[in-house]
Structure formats: C-alpha cells, structure tokens
Design a protein around this ligand. Structure first.
Ligand code: GLP
Length: 244
C-alpha cells in the first residue's frame, strides 16, 4: 500500500486526475473503474477541465462503475447512472456505449443475479480494469461492500448497513423511496483491478482511514483488504490522515 498525504482535498483530486490521465494517455484501450459519492466529484471536475482544455480525450476509454442502487431507474436523479452522466459522462467525449454502471432497476432477484454475472463478463471482455478509483464509507466500505463482505465476493446484491443508509439519506427527500439494496462489484472484483486508487478527504473519514491502514486485515473494515493489493495507492488530505 502506498500512502500519499497532501495538504487539501483539491490536491487529492489533482493527484487522482494525473493518475487517470496517465492511464488514458498510455493505454490503447484504457479501462477505468469509477466511483460515486461526494469525494470523487472534484476529480471529475478536473477531468472535465482537462478534456475542455484539449489535454485529455476519453474516446477510447471503457468505464465500469462500482455500484448502483437497486429498484430505481437510471433516469432517477439519485441513481448512480444519473450521477455519472451529470458529473462526467455528459461532459466528456466517452462513447455512451462504453460506459457501464450495474443495471439494477429491476426488483426481480433472478434478473439482478443475471445482471451481476453479465457485469463480471463485460469487465473480463474489456480486458480487466486498469485503474479502479475508490472512495471509502465511514464504516470502511468500498463500493457497497459493507462490513462482513467476503474478500472473495464478486458483483452481487448487497443489503446496505444502517449507517450507510443514514449517511446517504441527505440525497433523498423525505417522501422519496430510498433504496436499502444495491448491486455492487465484489471485493474480489475490485482486487482484480491492475491498480487501485482510493481517495479520502475530510475529518469524517479519519477513523475509517486509520482502520484501513493501521488496523488488522478484517472483513469488518472491507477497505483493509487493500493492504494486500500489489498496486494500491491511498491518497489522503491532511484531515483524513489526522488519526494516522
Ligand atoms: C457510497 C458509495 C461508495 C462511496 C461512499 C462514500 O456508499 N457506494 O463508493 O465511497 O458512498 O461517499 P462519500 O465520498 O460521499 O463520502
């Protein structure tokens, strides 16, 4: 695990954008693993700015997002598909058919299980993920792999923990259906990425960051599994690193 501590959240975003640009500029068919949440928004702003300045093109990129809520359509404003369209895909030159977010609008288990299998196959067909961007939940989750997730897990249905539902409540209005289930890449899927870059910013993440880096390897802190990835970089601002 390589740990990089930078002064501010903007420095973290700039560093992550450099890493993405490096993959995009050096591979014939770059495959990016992308994340949602508030943390990577500054990274996506950077990527859009570089595209607009003609210094970066995503024409040959294929992307795979980590996860999606179950039971809301991609057109719903809080779906992760809508998030990605808004913050990135709609503003760069990536081919729409090259962007993948798990298909999870159905509430039918057989359909969702098929969708999960198809997602794994699509990643394989693309040649695997070159660089997987990750955030971290306050309980140490990555993607929607909540505590106790198997380190061997593949894309599947997960029930969100109460703390995750609570943390994400701010995005839904009171009378709106808030999903408690998600389709998420598994920890095994994430570990298959050739390189992983986890971004964490702000004081609220300091406890999870400490558990991930200094704690034992345990499914109670899913992000601790990155201690075993050969090419994992953890990039933190000073606040997120404050308990190390
Ligand atoms: C969600 C996402 C995660 C993300 C986490 C933290 O649960 N599934 O991929 O890392 O939120 O989000 P934030 O960056 O908003 O703290």
């Amino acid at each position: 695990m390589q740990i990089i501590i930078l002064p501010t959240a903007q420095d973290v975003a700039n560093y992550a954008a450099d890493r993405v640009a490096d993959v995009v500029n050096t591979r014939h068919h770059p495959v990016l693993g992308l994340a949602t949440g508030s943390t990577p928004i500054a990274l996506y702003e950077q990527l859009v700015a570089r595209y607009q300045a003609n210094s970066l093109s995503f024409k040959h990129c294929v992307t795979f997002n980590l996860d999606e809520y179950i039971g809301i359509p991609g057109s719903h404003s809080q779906s992760y598909r809508a998030f990605m369209e808004h913050h990135l895909f709609g503003q760069i030159d990536v081919e729409a058919s090259h962007t993948h977010v798990p298909l999870a609008a159905s509430m039918n288990v057989a359909e969702l299980e098929q969708s999960a299998k198809d997602y794994e196959l699509a990643i394989q067909h693309a040649g695997g993920i070159d660089l997987q961007i990750l955030g971290i939940g306050v309980n140490g989750h990555i993607g929607f792999n909540e505590p106790t997730s198997s380190f061997a897990s593949r894309t599947r249905i997960k029930t969100l923990s109460e703390s995750t539902v609570e943390a994400n409540k701010r995005f839904f209005s009171d009378d709106e259906f808030q999903p408690h289930l998600a389709l998420t890449m598994g920890i095994g899927t994430i570990l298959d990425a050739k390189a992983v870059l986890l971004m964490a910013t702000g004081k609220g993440k300091a406890g999870a960051v400490k558990a991930m880096i200094e704690g034992p390897l345990t499914s109670m802190c899913p992000a601790s599994v990155l201690q075993q990835h050969e090419k994992a970089t953890i990039v933190l601002d000073e606040e997120a690193a404050s308990e190390l």
